[in-house]
Write a protein that binds this ligand. Structure first.
Ligand SMILES: Cc1cc2nc3c(=O)[nH]c(=O)nc-3n(C[C@H](O)[C@H](O)[C@H](O)COP(=O)(O)OP(=O)(O)OC[C@H]3O[C@@H](n4cnc5c(N)ncnc54)[C@H](O)[C@@H]3O)c2cc1C
Length: 293
C-alpha cells in the first residue's frame, strides 16, 4: 500500500470508528443500553513486548493515557506476565448477539421486511430480481457470490465464562496475546487470529491457549464457570470494499471485507453506504427518501 493509500485508509477507519463510538454512546445514554448489550467499561491495553501507542482511536475513546513505570510496576506485582508498556482508557463494548436483534427490531419497526434467500451469483440475482437497489453485505460469502478472490477467512476461537466480578477489559497486545472483555452477563476470553483457516470446530489446543493465557492475566479466572467455546470466521480482505458499482440500470453497493473490525466500523460504514445511495439516486434524477435509521 502506498503512503497516500495508508493515510486515506487511516482517515476512513478513524471516521468510521468514531461514528460507531458515537452511535453506541447514543444507545448507552438511552433506555435501550441493556437490551442492545452496550456497556461502558475501563480498559487496559498491555504488552510484554512492544506496541504502537500512536493508535488512531486514542482520541475517540475517553481519557486515553499511557501507564507510568510506577503503575506498570504495581500492575506487575505477583503476575506471571511482566508488562513493559500499557495504556488505560474507557470505551463502549457491544455484544453482537444482543445488538443485532435490537437493530433488527428497529429496522422492522420502521417498515423493513426480511426475506431469507441464498444468493449463488450476485450478477444473476440482480438481473432476475425486481429490486432497484442491492447492498452487498455478504462478508466472506462475497468470495463465492461476487467471486472476490481477495477474500479470505480469519478464524477466531473464543471462550465464554461467567465472572460477574470482572469489570475491566484487559487486552494483551504482546506477540501472542490474549484478551478478556466483560459483557453484560458473561465475559469473553480470546482469542485466535488464524488466516486462511476454515475450521469452524472448537480446537482443544486453542482452548488451552485461551484459558491458560487469560489466567496469566487474571489468575482468579481459574474459579470462573466455563459457559461455552465458539468459533467464527472473520471476513478478511487487504482493504474493505465500500463502493458503488459503475454503470448498470440498478444501484449496486458493496460493503464487505471488514476482517476483525466489522462491529467497530459497522455504523460508520452504513452511513457511507447511505451517502453512496443518495449520490446514485441523485445521479439518476430520482427522489432521495429520508432515512429512517
Ligand atoms: C472471534 C471473533 C471475534 C471478533 N471480535 C471483534 C471485535 O472485537 N470487534 C470487531 O469490530 N469485530 C470483531 N469481529 C469481527 C466481526 O464479527 C466481523 O467483522 C463482522 O461480523 C463482519 O460483519 P459482516 O456483516 O460484514 O459479515 P458477517 O457477519 O459474516 O455477515 C454476512 C452475512 O451474509 C450472509 N451471506 C453470506 N453469503 C451469502 C449469500 N451468498 N447469500 C445470502 N446471504 C449470504 C451470511 O449468512 C451472514 O448473515 C470478531 C470476529 C470473530 C470471529
Amino acid at each position: 500500500m502506498s503512503v497516500d493509500m495508508k493515510l486515506s485508509a487511516y482517515f476512513h477507519y478513524s471516521r468510521w470508528s468514531k461514528h460507531m463510538h458515537d452511535f453506541l454512546e447514543q444507545i448507552w445514554l438511552s433506555d435501550d443500553a441493556g437490551e442492545a448489550g452496550v456497556c461502558l467499561i475501563p480498559c487496559l491495553r498491555l504488552t510484554t513486548t512492544a506496541m504502537d501507542n500512536e493508535v488512531f482511536w486514542k482520541d475517540i475513546v475517553y481519557g486515553c493515557r499511557q501507564l507510568t513505570q510506577r503503575q506498570l510496576d504495581e500492575l506487575n506485582v505477583g503476575r506471571a506476565n511482566k508488562y513493559t508498556q500499557g495504556m488505560h482508557f474507557i470505551t463502549y463494548t457491544s455484544e453482537p448477539v444482543k445488538l443485532l436483534p435490537y437493530l433488527m427490531k428497529r429496522f422492522q419497526a420502521n417498515g423493513g421486511k426480511i426475506v431469507q434467500q441464498k444468493v449463488e451469483n450476485l450478477q444473476e440475482f440482480i438481473a432476475k430480481s425486481n429490486y432497484d437497489v442491492i447492498i452487498n453485505c455478504t462478508g466472506l460469502g462475497s468470495r463465492e457470490c461476487v467471486q472476490d478472490v481477495g477474500m479470505f477467512p480469519v478464524r477466531g476461537q473464543v471462550t465464554r465464562i461467567k465472572a460477574n466480578w470482572l469489570y475491566c477489559a484487559l487486552l494483551d497486545e504482546s506477540d501472542v496475546g490474549n484478551y478478556i472483555i466483560p459483557n453484560c452477563e458473561s465475559v469473553v476470553l480470546g482469542g485466535t487470529h488464524q488466516e486462511n483457516d476454515n475450521n469452524t470446530q472448537v480446537c482443544p489446543n486453542d482452548k488451552k491457549f485461551i484459558i491458560n493465557g487469560c489466567r496469566k492475566i487474571v489468575p482468579g479466572l481459574e474459579h470462573a464457570q466455563h459457559l461455552f467455546d465458539w468459533v467464527g470466521l472473520r471476513p478478511g480482505r487487504d482493504t474493505l470494499r465500500l463502493e458503488a458499482e459503475k454503470g448498470g440500470n440498478k444501484i449496486v453497493i458493496h460493503n464487505y471485507g471488514h476482517g476483525g473490525s466489522g462491529v467497530t466500523l459497522a455504523w460508520g460504514c452504513a452511513e457511507d453506504v447511505l451517502e453512496l445511495l443518495k449520490n446514485e439516486l441523485q445521479a439518476r434524477h430520482l427522489n432521495v427518501p429520508k432515512s429512517k435509521l
